[in-house]
Design a binder for this molecule. Structure first.
Ligand SMILES: NC(=O)c1ccc[n+]([C@@H]2O[C@H](COP(=O)([O-])OP(=O)(O)OC[C@H]3O[C@@H](n4cnc5c(N)ncnc54)[C@H](OP(=O)(O)O)[C@@H]3O)[C@@H](O)[C@H]2O)c1
Length: 354
């Protein structure tokens, strides 16, 4: 296969061979509550410690060349300006803006009313776009922590979820839709009790909730809640984030790609266990956003959702290996001494009191 992602010129010079492309029309789509269609797989763009901005931008360009049309971005990933350059090249190469789905996210230190629209405009400027397809509130907690900090790091200004404050942020998110800066708005890292309040009070309902979803963390209750309320579940860490830094790991974490059931299904389909996770996600009904800067990997993930589906039996086998193993625990958002990360996720069924 041509190493098209490494090329630096224009999209035309880096197009892969036809056999290395997936027709974007063949990629499954999901219909959102607004009627809009979102490609049921996107490329994650959080390079974290291991993939610098330009490498991720090259992957965006390469992924567009093999048929991806959906890109999951965020200001905090620190690479939107580089990705903007890649998207400009993709569009100069003939892909129309309306064929793309670009998501961005409001970071936690920008929840204040005066910051929300300005942050969205900054992401638009960096991404070189006139509008976003989806703009998400990245986390429900308005706490700043520096990129790359350890999970033991705590902000002196850490605050719990306060619904009236979240709604002030959400009103600005609604204004972003009114202004035409984003076609849809949504949430991320929410729980059922928090979403219930948001659904009660929102003028513009969240179109999507981005949440951790992989075979070892299937979140069936939250998944059913969002689907039942017309909110599209977008699944992050769909492969179990095997490349995440050591500081984000705990001894109890498990790896779905090493699960015997996944490995066995991968052998039967002659694919990598990562691709089994991606196939399962799309067939289950969520929209996975696997990260990759490896052309073979992101092509395999895209191809995986357009051919050779998992059987009903394999889908049932994967349902049975859920371990309720949350990998992204959010410890940095804890707001007072003596708490455990479970407090962030309202595991008692109600919002953890301040
Ligand atoms: N909303 C939120 O709070 C939130 C939180 C976390 C993540 N996210 C989003 O979700 C995206 C995905 O999460 P993630 O990046 O943590 O984890 P992930 O997608 O579960 O895993 C990515 C890792 O899997 C490898 N991989 C991908 N496809 C593969 C394949 N076919 N075969 C073998 N290995 C493969 C990649 O390596 P190579 O690069 O070598 O292929 C990379 O190390 C992020 O990039 C970000 O956009 C959102």
């Amino acid at each position: 296969m041509v190493d098209f992602a490494g090329a630096k010129n224009s999209v035309e010079t880096v197009l892969p061979a036809a056999s290395d492309r997936v027709d974007p029309a063949a990629v499954p789509k999901r219909r959102l509550s607004t009627g809009a269609l979102i490609p049921a797989i996107g490329l994650g763009t959080f390079g974290s410690d291991h993939a610098p901005a330009q490498q991720v931008a090259d992957a965006v360009k390469g992924a567009a060349a093999v048929g991806y049309r959906h890109f999951d971005c965020a200001s905090v990933y620190g690479n939107e300006a580089a990705i903007g350059g890649a998207l400009a090249e993709v569009m100069a190469g003939g892909v129309k803006r309306q064929e793309l789905w670009v998501t961005s996210k409001l970071w936690n230190d920008k929840h204040a009313e005066e910051d929300v629209i300005a942050s969205c405009r900054q992401s638009l400027a960096d991404l070189r776009l006139d509008y976003l397809d989806l703009y998400l509130v990245h986390w429900p907690f308005p706490n700043f922590h520096p990129p790359g900090c350890d999970v033991t790091s705590r902000s002196a200004n850490a605050r719990p979820y306060i619904h009236s404050e979240y709604m002030k942020t959400w009103r600005k998110m609604e204004e972003i839709v009114d202004l035409g800066l984003a076609r849809h708005i949504g949430a991320s890292n929410m729980t059922i009790p928090k979403l219930q309040l948001l659904l009660r009070d929102a003028r513009i309902k969240p179109a999507a909730n981005e949440m951790e979803l992989h075979p070892h963390f299937q979140q069936p209750e939250l998944f059913n809640f969002v689907v039942g309320n017309g909110i599209a579940p977008i699944g992050y860490c769909p492969i179990g984030s095997p490349g995440r830094p050591q500081r984000d790991r705990t001894p109890e974490d498990t790896a779905p790609t090493e699960d015997a059931v996944i490995v066995e299904i991968a052998k039967a389909h002659e694919i990598h266990p990562a691709v089994v996770c991606v196939k399962w996600a799309v067939q289950r009904g969520q929209t996975p956003i696997p990260f990759s800067v490896n052309p073979r990997h992101y092509l395999a993930n895209l191809r995986g959702v357009t051919a050779d589906p998992l059987t009903d039996k394999e889908m049932r086998q994967i349902t049975a290996i859920d371990r309720n193993c949350r990998l992204i625990k959010g410890q940095v958002f804890l707001w007072k001494e003596g708490q455990s990360w479970q407090d962030l996720w309202d595991v008692q069924g109600e919002i953890t009191p301040a």
